[in-house]
Design a protein around this ligand. Sequence first.
Ligand SMILES: CC(C)(COP(=O)(O)OP(=O)(O)OC[C@H]1O[C@@H](n2cnc3c(N)ncnc32)[C@H](O)[C@@H]1OP(=O)(O)O)[C@@H](O)C(=O)NCCC(=O)NCCS
Length: 165
Amino acid sequence: MDINGTTDFKIRKADKNDLRALVDVRLAYLDEDWKGLPADQRFIIKTQLNAYFKKHLGSDDFTAMLAEQDGETVSSAFIIYSERPANLPFITGKTALILNVFTAPAHRGKGLATKLLGELIREARERGASFIELSATPAGRPLYEKLGFTLYQSSHCTEMRLQLA
Ligand SMILES: CC(C)(COP(=O)(O)OP(=O)(O)OC[C@H]1O[C@@H](n2cnc3c(N)ncnc32)[C@H](O)[C@@H]1OP(=O)(O)O)[C@@H](O)C(=O)NCCC(=O)NCCS
């Protein structure tokens, strides 16, 4: 065991062979977050996930970190990069979004999510992202705060959205 207790696990970046593992770990996260997905929506989401990971795995705009034990994925964290015309809060024009931070219940509290997020934060810094954003669940919030994330409120704008689908 190292100081974080994570040496029993293989920590690695997902590659093109991990499509199935990523679909499974995304569905596991969604099942917990939404306390089960209705069957029809699960089917639609699974179809999209297969297409999404096929397209983005191995590309510059998406990284997934995985922790494995005996070949089984036990923890995950994804990051998605975007590029937009620069503004003061994103002076480099590059921003990042973290999602699907998930550790299988039997392996929680062993430092796995902390380790995977640390790798993604390092990568985002190296790639010149101005910030990393995320939506925190109650379980995730203390973890993110420990890593330096803070609540973000724009000084002069209100975040809005128009839900289309
Ligand atoms: C939130 C979640 C991802 C945390 O995963 P995890 O792998 O257990 O996280 P870590 O072990 O890195 O850190 C969690 C806690 O364990 C502690 N910890 C770290 N290493 C530890 C070790 N070796 N032994 C005991 N505890 C340890 C951390 O300090 C942290 O403590 P805290 O509760 O005081 O903040 C996990 O609970 C989960 O999957 N929840 C459901 C999905 C979810 O809500 N995800 C967040 C989406 S925003």
